[in-house]
Design a protein around this ligand. Structure first.
Ligand SMILES: [Zn+2]
Length: 56
């Protein structure tokens, strides 16, 4: 399940596996799918992230 968070005014999504933040839901879904299957990050996907991880 894709998680949505609010950061300031912006709505962001994060990967449940690697916690990387994304603006686009499409990329989060790709990232989660990849992370779950490979237990690793795919640069082709993570380059679309904000290069920041979610932490509360
Ligand atoms: Zn991920």
């Amino acid at each position: 399940m894709t998680k949505k968070i609010m950061k300031g005014e912006k709505k962001l999504f994060y990967c449940e596996e690697c916690l990387l933040l994304y603006k686009e839901k499409e990329w989060v879904e790709e990232c989660e799918e990849w992370c779950k299957k490979n237990n690793d990050c795919n640069l082709e996907i993570t380059k679309h992230s904000l290069k920041e991880v979610y932490n509360d």
